[in-house]
Each structure stands twice: as C-alpha cells, then as structure tokens.
Design a protein around this ligand. Structure first.
Ligand code: VGL
Ligand code: ZN
Length: 202
C-alpha cells in the first residue's frame, strides 16, 4: 500500500489511443492490466480524459486541405494536427473496457475548448485555464504523484512537467506508459525532459 499522500494519475486510458483506435499508440493496451494492478495500492486515483468537441481545432479534418501530422498556428500556439479522436460522448472517448474504472476517485476531462488543445491533465497548452486537478489533489493532502498512461511523448510528458511545477514530487511509471513516437527518439527525448525537470523515472 502506498502512503495516503501519494496519488496515482492515469493519463488518457481511452479507446481511441489503443492500437485499434483513431489515434493509435503502439502496445497501449499492455498498460491496462498494469494499471488495474497498480490501482490496488493507492487510495487516491485520478484519471484524465481527453474530451474534445467535434469542432476541436486539433483535428486535421476541421482545417481544409490539412492532414494529421502537419503543424498549424491555432490561435497563437503551434498545434500538431491529429486525426479525429476522443470526441465527447462517443465510444472512442470512453475509458478502455477492461480498465477498473470503479477504482478511480475522480476524472478530469481536458481539451474541451475547441480553440486550444490540452495535453497536460492540469492546464491547457497555453497554460491559461486549469482543469482543477492540482487544486483538488492539494485539497486531498496529496504531495506526491505517480503517473502512467498515454502518450509518453505528449499527454504524459506535459502532465508530469505540470505536476512538478505545481510542487508535487513526481514519478513517471515508465513501464506503464507508451508513446506516439512520431519521429524516432521522441519517447526517449520526452523521458529525458521529464528527468531533467526533476521527475523520478521508474
Ligand atoms: C494525446 C495527442 C492528442 C495524448 C491527446 O493523450 O497524448 N495526444 N490528444
Ligand atoms: Zn486530444
């Protein structure tokens, strides 16, 4: 059992990020049994849920003649365009069927504003709006977080970096993460960034 001031953060364990989903992350399904096992050891478990409206600006399909992987300026921020994924109220946005969702204490949706993406579970990519996760964790007396999920090089990375800047002692459960690896080395680079920022890597 982990101490009661330590929370487990599950990042985006949703249908669309699994190997058969709309934004597939290789071997992401391997995380599910690990997450179910780990959850038994924590009293506070939060899950982030990528939760986009259909008109979200991160979807290539919402920009004429653009395709996934291209980068555009979205209201002043560099935005990588993605396939349509995790649309609110659709199957793809659901947590993976085998995930023990009963054990999740609280869910934090993100990416709900069509004008700005949100990789981190704490803030949007412009760092303007909080999801309330940091405040909520602090209210519960949480001082340390352990992070797993997808994608190592996007939502996991930015969640870990924000956790550190919010003052949480932060561990990346690397074995229970999988990455997009759009370019070779992206996952390794993300892990080094997290380590440099002060995260412990397990
Ligand atoms: C993610 C790209 C777009 C992630 C979410 O969960 O890492 N990546 N939306
Ligand atoms: Zn997304």
């Amino acid at each position: 059992m982990q101490a009661s001031n330590i929370a487990l953060i599950l990042v985006d364990l949703q249908v669309d990020f699994m190997p058969t989903g709309m934004l597939p992350v290789g071997e992401a399904d391997e995380i599910i049994p690990m997450a179910n096992n780990l959850m038994k050891d924590y009293q506070t478990i939060v899950a982030t849920q990528d939760w986009h409206p259909a008109n979200h600006g991160s979807f290539a399909a919402n920009h004429p003649w653009r395709k996934p992987g291209q980068v555009i300026d979205l209201h002043g921020l560099q935005q990588i365009l993605w396939p349509i994924h995790c649309v609110q109220e659709t199957w793809g946005a659901e947590f993976v069927a085998g995930l023990d969702t009963e054990s999740i204490t609280k869910v934090f949706p993100k990416g709900t504003d069509p004008e700005v993406d949100s990789y981190s579970g704490f803030y949007d990519n412009g760092h303007r709006k909080s999801t309330g996760m940091a405040e909520w964790l602090k209210e519960q007396g949480i001082e340390e977080v352990h992070v797993l999920g997808v994608a190592t090089d996007y939502c996991v990375k930015f969640t870990v970096l924000d956790a550190l800047s919010e003052g949480f002692k932060t561990t990346l459960l690397r074995y229970a993460t999988r990455g997009v690896e759009m370019a070779p080395g992206d996952v390794e680079g993300a892990i080094e960034e997290m380590r440099t920022a002060g995260a412990e890597i397990q």
